[in-house]
Structures are given as structure tokens and as C-alpha cells.
Design a protein around this ligand. Structure first.
Ligand SMILES: [Zn+2]
Ligand SMILES: [Zn+2]
Length: 345
């Protein structure tokens, strides 16, 4: 089978490898679509994210969906031909965090495409059956890949306890921010204000159900939020941008007693925030990392006619052009949203 391999920053080659053989509890998935994630682009460009480094050639890609083509001897939930979404993190199931259900914190996780674990820019992958989720026929494979970024938003609103009827500000309208609109709606948010510097992205946010958009850079986000909430601020601020100034303004945009939820990784490890104001307003700070047990709801939300995420799919490439796909995602941040690689195109 063909796989796309990151050899060193900005260099992807196509290699032939043997199709993997499923172990007793594994399923062989014919990979039909893979979304290019911001983290893929980051490794492609810089060869590292923080201390996590690409030290040997790496198959990238972790947002994927496909068809079951072979099953291990102990597999009970799947049959050949089933269409599935793939939850990419294979956890140990035995550590303290796995046992507590907080398996996103498992220190032994093997997460597709997170070095040194190979990912899904491949014609086939083997994956444990408990991390595969059936998708309905009317849900396209490419839309199903977006269950992964959506999971991040679901986890964030669940962890921070978003209440029905709440007002929310979501900062940063990349795929995680945009799909977080869907998660916030599902948890009953009444008012969903979003901000980004790119008008193109704000237009997509409106299509997914944002009730108000703010063009950051042109307008003062805190002032606009204040105006839109009768000077109260929002119940919950969710930052997906990782932008240091956005995070600091999030403290000001939150209501007294509100919540600030962090998803996006900042460029620098240390970020100055107005702690005095946080204390005076008793703002709760939630950091979030990946997700747990989000896929069943994610499949349901993606399959719902209310959420047409196909508007996010801007670019398509075959597997042999994975390098071009990553380059597109790296260099066209204002015009493209989700770049999809098709291993069997
Ligand atoms: Zn991702
Ligand atoms: Zn574990």
C-alpha cells in the first residue's frame, strides 16, 4: 500500500509498505478520507510541537474515516463493509487516568500521527475496534473526519459545564472553533458570539449557527461582546486561537463569575493574563486537552441535517499529493479551511 511520509520539515515522500495485519481486537480500515489538521501542518513546517519532536520519518494524519475491510478473530462489533469514523488515540486502559475515564491524559497513549506513532495518510490502517464508530450512509467520509476537531469542542463545553441558555464567545474560527459552534449549540447555548480576523471564516461561522460575529483587528472584541450582552459579558469564553492577546481579552469578555476555557496552544509557553481581574470577577479557568467519549455524540451531530459542515471542506488532494495538501494548508490560511486527502482517489 501507499503511505505519505514526512521525511524532514517541508519534505513528504510516497512509500510502498505492507498492508498491516489486524490483531485479534483490531480492524483493518480502508482509509477513505483524512483531514489535514493544524498540528499536521505544524509538524510539517517546524518538525516539532513544543518538546514533541519528529525524530524519524513519520506518517501524519489523524482525522480519518473509512471502510472495514478485515477484522481480527475477536472482533464482535463490525462486519466487512461497515463505514466508520476513527478515534485516533489508543490508550492503555490500565493507568490511573484511563481508569478514571480521563483517558485523554493517559501517559501511554499512542495517538495517530503524534510522533513516533504513524498516522493515517495511508491506504489502510489497523485500529482497535473499540475506537471505531459506525457512521450512517448519508454522512460522507470527509464530513466524518470532522468529528475529530468537533470532539475537541464537545469535550471543552462538557468539561466546563456549559449550561442551556448560556451566552458563549468562541475566539478563533479554524476548524476547531467552527465545529465548537456545533458543540455549543448541542449543549444549549442561546447566544454564540464568535471572533476571528478573517471575514471568510466569520462567514462560515454564520452558516454553522453563530448568532453574532466580530472581526478582530477591525473591532474591539471586548467592547463588542459588552454591547451584545447588555454590558454583562458572556457566561463562557472559549479560546481556540492560542493567541496571547485573545486569551487575555477573554478574561475581560467573561461575565463576573463566568468561565474561561482554553483549547488553543499559545506560540510561547508563558502567556500574561490579567489575574487581578480574574480574581475580582471570580472567573473559572479550564484548560482542555483532546477529548474523552465524544465520538458517539460527534457522529450524531455530524449526521444531523442541522449541521452542514461540508462548507468547511475547501480543498481535495489524492494521497500521492499529500505534500501539496500540507503546503496548501500551510500557505493559504485565509482562503482554505479544511484540506482533505483521499488515499483511494
Ligand atoms: Zn486534529
Ligand atoms: Zn492509560
Amino acid at each position: 500500500m501507499k503511505v505519505a511520509v514526512l521525511q524532514k520539515p517541508l519534505t513528504v515522500t510516497i512509500e510502498e509498505r505492507l498492508v498491516p495485519h489486524p490483531g485479534p481486537h483490531d480492524v483493518l480500515v480502508k482509509v477513505m478520507a483524512v483531514g489535514v489538521c493544524g498540528s499536521d501542518v505544524h509538524y510539517y513546517e517546524h518538525g516539532r510541537i513544543g518538546a514533541r519532536k519528529v525524530e524519524k520519518p513519520l506518517v501524519q494524519g489523524h482525522e480519518c474515516a473509512g471502510i472495514v475491510v478485515a477484522i481480527g478473530s475477536e472482533v464482535t462489533r463490525f462486519q466487512l463493509g461497515d463505514r466508520v469514523a476513527v478515534e485516533p488515540g489508543i490508550t492503555c486502559g490500565k493507568c490511573q487516568w484511563c481508569k478514571e475515564g480521563r483517558y485523554n491524559l493517559c501517559p501511554h497513549v499512542a495517538f495517530l500521527s503524534s510522533p513516533p506513532v504513524d498516522g493515517a495518510f495511508a491506504e489502510y490502517i489497523c485500529h482497535p475496534e473499540d475506537l471505531l464508530f459506525p457512521i450512517p450512509d448519508h454522512l460522507s467520509f470527509e464530513c466524518a473526519t470532522l468529528i475529530e476537531p468537533l470532539s475537541v469542542g464537545i469535550h471543552a463545553v462538557k468539561r466546563a459545564g456549559l449550561q442551556p441558555g448560556s451566552s458563549v464567545l468562541i475566539m478563533g474560527m479554524g476548524p476547531v472553533g467552527l465545529t465548537a459552534i456545533i458543540a455549543a449549540k448541542a449543549y444549549g447555548a442561546r447566544q454564540i458570539i464568535v471572533s476571528d480576523v478573517e471575514p471568510f471564516r466569520l462567514g462560515l461561522a454564520e452558516k454553522l449557527g453563530a448568532t453574532a460575529t466580530i472581526q478582530a483587528g477591525e473591532k474591539n472584541v471586548v467592547e463588542e461582546v459588552s454591547r451584545l450582552t447588555q454590558n454583562l459579558g458572556v457566561d463562557m469564553v472559549i479560546d481556540t486561537s492560542g493567541n496571547a492577546r485573545a486569551i487575555d481579552s477573554g478574561v475581560e469578555a467573561a461575565k463576573r463569575g463566568g468561565k474561561l476555557v482554553l483549547i488553543g496552544f499559545p506560540a510561547e509557553d508563558r502567556v500574561p493574563v490579567n489575574l487581578t481581574l480574574m480574581l475580582q470577577r471570580e472567573i473559572d479557568l479550564y484548560s482542555t486537552y483532546r477529548y474523552t467519549n465524544t465520538y458517539p455524540l460527534g457522529v450524531e451531530l455530524m449526521a444531523s441535517s442541522e449541521n452542514d459542515v461540508s462548507v468547511l471542506l475547501t480543498d481535495q488532494y489524492p494521497l500521492v499529493q499529500t505534500g501539496a495538501a500540507l503546503e496548501r494548508a500551510r500557505t493559504n490560511k485565509s482562503g482554505s479551511m479544511k484540506v482533505i486527502v483521499y488515499p483511494h482517489l
